[in-house]
Design a protein around this ligand. Structure first.
Ligand SMILES: Cc1cc2nc3c(=O)[nH]c(=O)nc-3n(C[C@H](O)[C@H](O)[C@H](O)COP(=O)(O)O)c2cc1C
Length: 290
């Protein structure tokens, strides 16, 4: 449950919003969101994410246009800014913590859109008073979503294949990467995996791959060829696909929890042959006996 609502329903209700109403976010909603951010700032791997909700000024909206975000965002009335220190799993934790905040925002009736870009030297980082040792991996646009999608937005969605997701056979496996997982074998976890499948990801690339081994679920990242390099090296921005992995962890853990499936994250790479050099092990979810 989140804000008295089923987390599974909230995950299903979320989609990226790129056109917002002019109505500012009410003070009480701002307060609730800020309280939630403060109470849920630490990721499952231990990174504390520094988060800030700010009202969007016209200058911010203009600045956004120059920041290599591929979608054209119109009229966002708020931004969620965040930064992480360096360290292992810092970007996965950022993905997890921010997605959790996004789901809470969704439950409050807000629209959201993840924005990856070159934020380190932007006015957003100035607002956040970004420290030397911190990285601002992404910014979230928010506000009340306009009821109708603009045509340009429909096109961006189509280009990013936003309404499409990779099939189960491409994402979930039974013991080895060449054995697709059936819903029957997934059992109670079928819904958990559905929630991972519909999660947001940078350019809708869906890098998450999950292998069931006994009762344990191993999460791997299959990088999109050229993607990390293009983003990170050339533009000096965060590793978007690691943020995506944190989002997958968030949807997995929250859906499992709601279904009464108790477990914890552990890092112990299994002996499983990987399909290619682009695939790397991230983390495993192990059940905790009742
Ligand atoms: C880490 C990350 C970065 C993203 N960056 C952008 C962005 O810069 N511009 C944009 O319009 N959408 C961005 N998105 C949104 C994705 O395009 C979107 O999640 C995906 O197409 C799936 O659509 P949905 O969120 O409506 O389910 C980003 C998503 C993630 C997770």
């Amino acid at each position: 449950m989140i804000n008295g609502q089923s987390i599974i329903e909230v995950i299903q209700a979320r989609s990226s919003c790129r056109t917002y109403q002019e109505t500012p976010i009410t003070l009480s909603v701002q307060q609730q969101l800020t309280e939630f951010m403060n109470a849920h700032a630490v990721g499952p791997m231990g990174t504390r994410v520094r988060l800030l909700l700010v009202a969007a000024t016209e200058e911010d909206r203009q600045a956004l246009k120059g920041l290599s975000t591929y979608g054209f965002i119109k009229g966002a009335t708020g931004f969620i800014l965040g930064a992480i220190p360096h360290g292992d799993f810092n970007q996965e934790d950022f993905g997890y913590v921010v997605e959790h905040v996004i789901l809470y925002a969704t439950s409050l009736g807000l629209g959201t859109c993840w924005l990856g870009g070159t934020f380190a030297k932007s006015r957003f980082s100035a607002k956040l008073e970004l420290r030397e040792e911190e990285l601002p991996p992404a910014v979230i646009a928010t506000g009340y979503c306009a009821a109708k999608r603009r045509v340009v937005e429909s096109i961006i969605r189509r280009q990013a294949n936003a309404d499409q997701r990779l099939s189960w056979e491409r994402l979930f496996f039974d013991g080895a990467f060449d054995v697709p997982l059936s819903r029957d074998v997934a059992g109670h976890f079928a819904t958990v995996l559905d929630m991972v499948q519909i999660g947001p990801s940078a350019s809708n690339k869906q890098p998450w791959r999950i292998i069931k081994e006994g009762e344990t679920w191993h999460l791997f990242m299959q990088r999109t060829p050229g993607y990390a390099k293009r983003n990170q090296v050339l533009l000096g921005i965060a590793d978007m696909q690691r943020l995506d992995m944190g989002i997958a962890m968030c949807h997995f853990a929250l859906a499992a929890e709601e279904l009464g499936l108790r477990g914890a994250w552990v890092v112990r790479e299994p002996v499983i042959e990987k399909p290619d050099a682009l695939t790397e092990y991230i983390v495993s979810w192990k059940p905790i006996p009742a």
